[in-house]
Design a protein around this ligand. Structure first.
Ligand code: GDP
Ligand code: MG
Ligand code: ZN
Length: 286
C-alpha cells in the first residue's frame, strides 16, 4: 500500500511490514493514473530497489484529501473549545454518506463538559445508526475504543481545526509525534499544522491519515434530489411521503414534517438538512 508520495517517490508499505521507497514503472505513469496514498500496488524488488508495476483497482477514491481505498472517516468534534457545531458535523456526515463511507463520530474534550451534558446529542446520532464515542485526549479516555475502531481499516480522521485530532492520534500512537496546535503556535506557523497526505500504519493493523481541518469542504456537486438520502433517517421517512421526490419543505403529506412535529426527528437534523439544501440550490443559480 502506498503511504505517501513526494516528488515522484512513493513510500510503499509491504505485507511484511517493511517500508520502502519506490518509483513507478514508465507504463504506470503513461496510463495516466495518479498514484494516491492508499493505492494498493504490485512492486518489483529486483535489484534491491522498488518499482511499482501495477496499481490495483480502487474501491473508493477521496479527493480532499486525495486517498484511495478509504473505509471510514472518523469525525472528531470537540464538545467545547471550539463549541460543538452540529451543522459542521452534519455536513461532514453528508460528505461521508455521499462517498458511501462509514462515519463513526468521536466527541472529544469530554473533560471540558459535565458528564451527561451531551447525552441527547449522542443518542440522536446513535438512533440514526452512527457509532458515537466520547473521548478526552487530555485524560486519555476513550482511547482503547478508538484504537479498536481503526483496526485493519483505512481511516481518515476529519473534523474542525482544534478538535483534537492530532492530539488523539498522538495518544494512540505515542511515537507518531504529530504536530499539534500548541507546538505550532510556539513556532508561529499558524493553526493548519498538518499538510501533506500521509497514511500511518498502526501496530494493531490498518492505516490512518490525519488531515487538516475539513471546514472548507463544500457539498458541491450533490444534486438536491439526493440530499434527503444522505440524512439516512430523513431518507427512510421520505419513502412514505405522498409525493415521490418530496424535498420535505412544505409539500403536503410529508412524513418528514410529520415526524418533526411529533418530535421523532431531531430539529437540528431537519434544520441542517434545510440549510444544506439551500446551499445546494444557491450553488445552482450561479
Ligand atoms: N481539554 C482538552 N484539550 C484537548 C483535548 N484534545 C486536544 N486538546 C487541545 O486542543 C488543542 C488542539 O488540538 P489539536 O490536536 O492540534 O487539534 P486538531 O487541529 O484537531 O489536530 C490543543 O491545544 C490540544 O492540547 C482534550 O481531550 N481535552
Ligand atoms: Mg491537527
Ligand atoms: Zn417529505
Amino acid at each position: 500500500m502506498v503511504l505517501k508520495g513526494i516528488g515522484g517517490f512513493y513510500t510503499v508499505y509491504l505485507e511484511d511490514g517493511q517500508k520502502i521507497t519506490c518509483t513507478p514503472r514508465g507504463r504506470v505513469k503513461k496510463a495516466g493514473m495518479n498514484l494516491l496514498a492508499g493505492d494498493r500496488v504490485m512492486v518489483d524488488r529486483a535489484g534491491g530497489g522498488g518499482t511499482i508495476e501495477e496499481i490495483l483497482p480502487r474501491r473508493t477514491e477521496l479527493y480532499r484529501p486525495a486517498i484511495a481505498n478509504v473505509d471510514q472517516v472518523v469525525i472528531v468534534m470537540a464538545l467545547k473549545k471550539p463549541d460543538l457545531n452540529l451543522f459542521l458535523l452534519d455536513r461532514l456526515l453528508v460528505l461521508a454518506e455521499d462517498q458511501h463511507l462509514d462515519a463513526p463520530i468521536c466527541l472529544n474534550k469530554m473533560d471540558l463538559v459535565k458528564p451527561g451534558d451531551f447525552r441527547e446529542v449522542a443518542e440522536t446520532y446513535r438512533g440514526i445508526g452512527y457509532r458515537v464515542l466520547k473521548s478526552s485526549a487530555l485524560l486519555s479516555r476513550g482511547i482503547a475504543e478508538i484504537r479498536e475502531l481503526l483496526r485493519d481499516k483505512v481511516s481518515v480522521v476529519a473534523g474542525p481545526s482544534g478538535a483534537g485530532k492530532s492530539t488523539l492520534l498522538n495518544r494512540l500512537f505515542p511515537d507518531l509525534q504529530l504536530k499539534t496546535a500548541d507546538i505550532s503556535s510556539k513556532l508561529k506557523r499558524g493553526r493548519h499544522t498538518t499538510r501533506h497526505v500521509e497514511l500511518i500504519p498502526l501496530d494493531s493493523g490498518g492505516v490512518v491519515a490525519d488531515t487538516p481541518g475539513f471546514d472548507q469542504l463544500k457539498v458541491k456537486g450533490i444534486p438536491a434530489a439526493n440530499l434527503p438520502f444522505l440524512f439516512p433517517e430523513i431518507g427512510r421517512l421520505g419513502e412514505e411521503c405522498r409525493f415521490k421526490g418530496c424535498l420535505h419543505r412544505r409539500e403536503p403529506g410529508c412524513r418528514v414534517r410529520e415526524a418533526l412535529a411529533a418530535g421523532s426527528l431531531a430539529v437540528s437534523r431537519y434544520d441542517n438538512y434545510m440549510g444544506l439544501l439551500q446551499e445546494i440550490e444557491a450553488e445552482r443559480s450561479y
